[in-house]
Design a binder for this molecule. Structure first.
Ligand code: MSP
Length: 649
């Protein structure tokens, strides 16, 4: 039997998992179930990445020890996967002994082979990404180029992994294995990155202790990515007494797939194969880099109030609706947005109207016209051309479906199935069974139509097995389809020749009211909003002297007249008495003020600013205003008793 080993990345237990993490896991789950249907011996690994400074900090925030914190999240995540009926065969936690002892050995092996050496590193460190960055990589303000968080300048003794040594070998490997990284565009990015030159990688830390200690020098903790990447083989027992799974699924395995988000591709496409080369372990895996679920083009974030948790959706709309939506909505390798309306529409269209409706209509008709039992009937009625058509489409759809699934295009594969669902519904529209039922001489033709509907539902249901766990089981039961007709091998029109369906079909998916449910999901998202403490970021300008300041002539001015700028929406034009003369002053406060409300007020005006024309209107000074964090402007008024021309200093 051919083997298939599929993995998710191991997740950081730094909060409750949102739909983004559920996406990767559901995708892998569908692919594993698909491979099983194809007859593979499939193994599926997921788990949590429990070491590192970030995890230590999360624990502190939670008022827990790191171990308590990771234990808590491990429970939460395993509960979530169980609820989503994820079929993982193992769940690895990097704090488990079975993993830690092997990571220690891996590090020592790399040291012994001189692929890792001791040196010193100075650079800006991002705790959130657990990575160093060079000055040129940083964003303005020394912010992390990957996540935008502030970085800290650190200098530490560290071990380095010789990446440069393996650069050419890695490029050759990628060249020799064109499917190593898919999609192609992602592969090109990786190749570009490697070609720009690989610096040796810092692979140990001394600034914190929550990690696997370097055995021969315990003041160092193994870099969290070296620790994490190893999970894919430590979970198979690599380097341990019983390494039979490693031998079976890795060394002698047929297919190994790491499914990863685009953000962590580099770690998997560069560090991981180089680690394996250095360890003399065969590179058996391929990488599939997927896109991200975004929320209206921005990242999922609790403080923005756009988080939605899988449990909220499954509780309200059912497990299969969630599993279907999550793998159906993101196109191969691309980002996509979650919106409440899309969620409800997708379920209504594909599952309620198309599939659910087809199944219930068919069962009802088979009961009404044939007491629930039909078998294959040959006839020469012209209706046979519609049936023939359906059979051809069923064949083509399966070819496209398998091709898409083989290329990890789960959304595309489901789209293919929809083609058959629609076509099967169309058979009803084309043949008018209720009319055929009125004519006794058409009894056989009608039975044949019913048979074709049932057989088509069977085929559709087989293709849905990897995704719609509960529904497909219900449909097989309602149509009394034996196990041997629930397989890819039995995917052939006519394979099952007789049907006996249940009397009363169970409702598969309740219809959803778009408006009501959109509101409901929005309310769920609002309820998830947490006010994260705002980090004040006030940047003071470079120092000046009192003489510099004295150059600015600020006076009290009385606003005599105010009106909109004729040519610019954001600007207002004022006539202001500043004691010396009446000035025309243009001010960009139109978003926050109605000009009439300011007439009669004494404000502060910079009087010696060089006059300019703003969109054609002369401005002889500037009204002082303050701005809050949201960008709202506040005109500064002079204290009571001050007169036009009074000086401010
Ligand atoms: N711990 C590392 C992975 C180590 S693997 C040896 C990590 N963890 S993570 O929790 O931050 O991310 C895990 C996976 O979730 C990544 O593949 C990431 O791309 C994915 N996703 C996180 N947010 C996501 C979305 N909004 N949408 C889709 N996937 C997302 O990185």
């Amino acid at each position: 039997m051919k083997t298939f080993y599929i993995t998710t990345p191991i997740y950081y237990p730094s909060g409750k998992f949102h739909i983004g993490s559920a996406y990767t896991t559901c995708l892998c789950d569908s692919l594993k179930r698909y491979k099983q249907l194809q007859g593979y011996d499939a193994r599926f690994l997921t788990g949590n990445d429990e070491h590192g400074q970030k995890i230590e900090e999360v624990a502190k925030k939670n008022n827990m020890t790191p171990q308590e914190s990771v234990d808590y999240y491990a429970q939460l995540s395993q509960d979530l996967w169980r609820n989503l009926k994820i079929s993982n065969d193992d769940f690895i936690r990097t704090t488990e002994k079975r993993h830690e002892v092997i990571v220690e050995d891996i590090f020592e092996k790399l040291l012994a082979n001189d692929d890792v050496y001791l040196g010193e590193y100075t650079g800006n460190y991002c705790v959130s990404c657990e990575s160093y960055f060079t000055k040129t990589q940083l964003l303005d303000g020394d912010l992390c180029p990957d996540c935008g968080s502030p970085t800290k300048l650190l200098k530490e003794e560290t071990y380095f992994l010789r990446l440069g040594k393996y650069q050419d070998r890695l490029l050759k490997f990628i060249d020799d294995n064109p499917d190593f990284i898919v999609p192609e565009t992602r592969k090109n990015e990786v190749v570009q990155f490697i070609k720009s030159g690989l610096n040796d990688l810092s692979v140990s830390r001394t600034a914190f202790s929550w990690g696997v200690k370097v055995k021969s020098n315990p003041s160092h903790v193994v870099y969290v990515w070296i620790d994490a990447l190893s999970n894919y083989i430590t979970a198979l027992g690599y380097g341990s007494k019983d390494d039979s799974l490693y031998q079976k699924y890795w060394v002698n395995g047929d297919e190994v797939i790491h499914v990863v988000g685009k953000d962590i591709l580099r770690f998997h496409a560069i560090y991981w194969p180089i680690m394996l080369m250095a360890l003399n372990v065969p590179i058996k895996f391929r990488l599939f880099a997927h896109g991200w679920y975004l929320m209206k083009d921005s990242k999922i974030s609790k403080s923005k109030g756009n988080v939605i948790y899988p449990e909220q959706l499954t509780e309200k709309y059912g497990l299969d609706a969630f599993r279907y939506y999550i793998v159906r909505e993101l196109n191969y390798g691309h980002d996509g947005a979650f919106t409440p309306l899309d969620y409800v529409s997708r379920i209504n269209t594909d599952l309620v109207n198309d599939y659910g409706n087809l199944v219930s209509r068919t069962i009802a008709m088979v009961n009404k016209y044939f007491g629930g039992a039909v078998s294959f009937k040959k006839h020469n009625d012209e209706i046979s051309k519609y049936e023939e058509d359906l059979r051809t489409i069923a064949k083509d759809v399966f070819v496209n479906y398998t091709q898409s699934m083989d290329e990890f295009k789960v959304a595309q594969a489901l789209l293919e199935v929809s083609v058959l669902v629609k076509r099967t519904n169309k058979l009803i529209d084309d043949t008018f069974p209720w009319e055929l039922a009125k004519d006794d001489s058409k009894k056989e033709v009608l039975e044949s139509v019913m048979y074709h509907l049932l057989e088509s539902i069977r085929l559709i249901n087989i293709m849905y097995i990897p995704v719609l766990i509960e529904t497909t089981a219900k449909v097989f039961a309602m149509l009394n389809i034996e196990e041997n007709y629930q397989t890819f091998n039995s995917y052939e029109f006519g394979e099952k020749s007789e049907y006996q369906v249940v009397k009363k079909p169970e409702h598969l998916f309740p219809r959803l009211d778009l408006e009501v449910e959109e509101k409901n999901i929005k309310a769920m998202m609002d309820s998830n909003k947490v006010q994260e403490p705002e980090v004040p970021k006030i940047e003071i300008l470079p120092e000046i002297t009192i003489d510099d300041f004295a150059k600015v002539d600020i006076r009290v001015g009385k606003i005599l007249e105010g009106k909109p700028h004729p040519d610019a929406k954001k600007l207002l034009v004022f006539t202001i008495d500043t004691g010396d003369k009446l000035r025309s002053i243009v001010s960009g406060i139109a978003n926050d003020y109605d000009p009439r409300d300011l007439v009669g007020k004494n404000v502060l005006v910079v009087c010696n600013l060089k006059p300019v024309k703003l969109r054609g209107v002369l401005s002889e000074g500037m009204i002082l205003a303050g701005e809050d964090k949201t960008g709202k402007l506040y005109v500064i008024e002079a204290s009571l008793g001050m007169k036009p021309g009074d000086k401010i200093s």
